[in-house]
Design a protein around this ligand. Structure first.
Ligand SMILES: Nc1ncnc2c1ncn2[C@@H]1O[C@H](COP(=O)(O)OS(=O)(=O)O)[C@@H](OP(=O)(O)O)[C@H]1O
Ligand SMILES: Nc1ncnc2c1ncn2[C@@H]1O[C@H](COP(=O)(O)OP(=O)(O)O)[C@@H](O)[C@H]1O
Length: 215
């Protein structure tokens, strides 16, 4: 059985026989050497309204000021384009994260710091993305905001719709969110400023030697 329902096993077998990896002329190490920082995926996960997009963008701004090469991949945006064919069924969420995992790996290969902001509700999918990367290059950031706080914030009015039955399979209401067991970072946002939360992430990257103040 193919891991993804979107991958046809026959096509898969044919591909492995006929598609050969092309050796890049500029190596990963050479690309990294152009930057004053190491590449990594900063994988923000949490409920809708927990603060993933806000945090990813605030951290992006701080890293940009430190001359890091960064890019934010955001669920709302990616679902308009690359993943515009996917719904919020469990099966489509799995495929959503698989594709983003592959895309974020390409950013790491290009020597960049990529910040992803997807609910990514299932532990197995987050672990799959982790396994695509070197251990030090995948940083799971759990945006730990209780459901009642997310629901109070309700920045897009989606919880209200979900409670009224206008949206089905809404994460935290009638679709599961599996809390990370050992994230590299857990950020509690309730009652905290966006700036202080973003700084926690930057401090972690400094401590780990992924970035430095002299980038
Ligand atoms: N049913 C349902 N459940 C959860 N979220 C929903 C749903 N329908 C629409 N939305 C909006 O889609 C955003 C989540 O997309 P993601 O790609 O991050 O979801 S997932 O990782 O595939 O679970 C999510 O964005 P965030 O609020 O930024 O998390 C919502 O704005
Ligand atoms: N410390 C904080 N960190 C992140 N967001 C916060 C914080 N405090 C309040 N918020 C607010 O919470 C909301 C989070 O929305 P958003 O970033 O879109 O969440 P998500 O991307 O997880 O759906 C925003 O309105 C933001 O201003």
């Amino acid at each position: 059985m193919s891991k993804s329902p979107y991958i046809n096993r026959d096509v898969d077998n044919e591909k492995s026989a006929n598609v050969v990896w092309h050796q890049a002329s500029v190596s990963h190490e050479e690309r990294m050497g152009l930057n004053g920082h190491k590449p990594a995926v900063l994988w923000f996960t949490g409920l809708s309204g927990s603060g993933k997009s806000t945090m990813a963008n605030a951290v992006d701004r701080l890293l940009h000021q430190l001359a890091c090469h960064t890019y934010v991949l955001d669920g709302d945006n990616v679902r308009h384009g690359l993943n515009g064919d996917l719904s919020f069924s469990d099966r489509d969420r799995v495929e959503n994260i698989r594709r983003i995992g592959e895309v974020s790996k390409l950013f790491v290969d290009a020597g960049m710091l990529v910040l992803t902001a997807f609910i990514s509700p299932f532990r197995a999918d987050r672990e799959l993305v982790r396994s695509l990367n070197q251990a030090t290059q995948f940083i799971e950031v759990f945006i730990d905001t209780p459901l009642d706080v997310c629901e109070q914030r309700d920045p897009k009015g989606l919880y209200k719709k979900a409670r009224n039955g206008e949206i089905k399979q809404f994460t935290g209401i009638d679709s599961a969110y599996e809390v990370p067991v050992s994230p590299e970072l857990r950020v509690e946002t309730a009652g905290k400023s966006i700036e202080s939360c973003a700084q926690l992430v930057v401090d972690y990257l400094l401590e780990q030697g992924i970035i430095s103040r002299q980038n």
